[in-house]
Ligand binder design. Structure first.
Ligand code: SAM
Length: 320
């Protein structure tokens, strides 16, 4: 249910007859929570684009005093946000959002944590604060060691499932300055290089989806190894080997986690209803397609299936 703040922000918006404005994935109609802000320049960039910040709740782990001491532009960024109507919070620990008195009754369409690399281990955003169709966005560097964190697996332990990966481009957020956030050079930027925004949705069966994806990837890897081994080999030999490989891999013809108790859960799951068909090629929402893309390998359809799957299953390839 919408809180009074959300309602009043909507009313003001309706009254002003504001047009919806977008900045990349973010709309002036979204209720947005930002956690782990540095000098608040990212929040400011959104607010400047929206010409209002009444839909923005921007927060930092640091206290107000620490923020203005650490970052030279923090004071003016915070003043701008306040003038545009943002809620500003300090001392907000992203691992304990549900305990925060100003946050625990609110529901957001987007929760954003940019570059949480000062120690992101496990639950750093809370799925309880997100709308049913909301998203949690974590932007992160692609380079090692950051790409080894396996955000997807960490998130799955918090009932979050990866739905999309998109390239993060700092230039799309005018005024944003990424900050180290810690130590004597806390106000300095860190080299961004290639970065990705990982989008997560809430799913009660996130762990199962993740496990299924891992199995699926392994099968795909085995298939591509087989393809390489058999390139140029006559089709009948290839088919025989393919058949024996499929038998050995015991690829799940039906979704293995499906039990009579879980079936309704899968159906109710908003994420499943929205995207499992595209993700898994499921038929009727329950049965996993018997195709691994394998028998389409030499067709245009197969190429498209593989391309689509790559963009979903291999975050670091999706931009290419
Ligand atoms: C590398 S800095 C990035 C700062 C800012 N998001 C940006 O993009 O410039 C990492 C930030 O994560 C914050 N942080 C670390 N652990 C946190 C936690 N548990 N909850 C909230 N923020 C946290 C730090 O205070 C720091 O501001």
């Amino acid at each position: 249910m919408a809180t009074s703040r959300e309602l009043s922000s909507k009313l003001i918006r309706d009254y002003d007859d504001d047009e919806e404005v977008w900045l990349t994935h973010y709309s002036s109609n979204h209720q947005i929570l930002l956690v782990g802000e540095g000098d608040f320049s990212f929040s400011c960039s959104l607010a400047s684009r929206f010409r209002s910040a009444s839909n923005i709740c921007a927060s930092s782990l640091d206290s107000y005093d620490d923020v203005v001491r650490k970052y030279s532009k923090a004071r003016s960024n915070l003043a701008t946000l306040k003038r545009l109507g943002a809620s500003l919070l300090h001392g907000v620990d992203a691992t304990k959002l549900h305990l925060h008195p100003h946050l625990n009754s609110r529901r957001f369409d987007r929760i954003i944590f940019n570059f949480p690399h000062a120690g992101f281990h496990g639950k750093e955003t809370d799925s309880r604060l997100i709308q049913a169709d909301g998203e949690i966005h974590v932007s992160h560097k692609d380079k090692a060691p950051f790409c080894h964190w396996n955000l997807e697996e960490l998130a799955s332990r918090c009932s979050l499932v990866l739905t999309q990966c998109v390239a993060f481009e700092k230039s799309e957020y005018p005024g944003y300055e990424n900050k180290r956030g810690d130590g004597s050079r806390c106000d300095k930027p860190f080299p961004l290089g290639e970065c990705t925004t990982f989008k997560f949705a809430v799913s009660r069966v996130a762990k199962e989806i993740y496990a299924e994806k891992v199995r699926w990837r392994e099968t795909k890897e085995r298939e591509s190894k087989l393809l390489i081994r058999f390139s140029g080999v006559p089709l009948d030999i290839y088919n025989r080997e393919r058949q024996s490989m499929l038998t050995r891999t015991s690829y799940p013809r039906r979704y293995t986690g499906e039990s009579p108790e879980r079936r309704p859960l899968l159906w109710q799951e908003p994420f499943f209803l929205r995207s499992s068909h595209q993700l898994y090629g499921w038929e009727g929402g329950r049965t996993m397609s018997t195709s691994t893309g394998f028998h389409h390998l030499h067709t245009e359809e197969g190429r498209l299936i593989r391309q689509r799957n790559l963009s979903i299953y291999h975050p670091y390839h999706c931009r290419r």
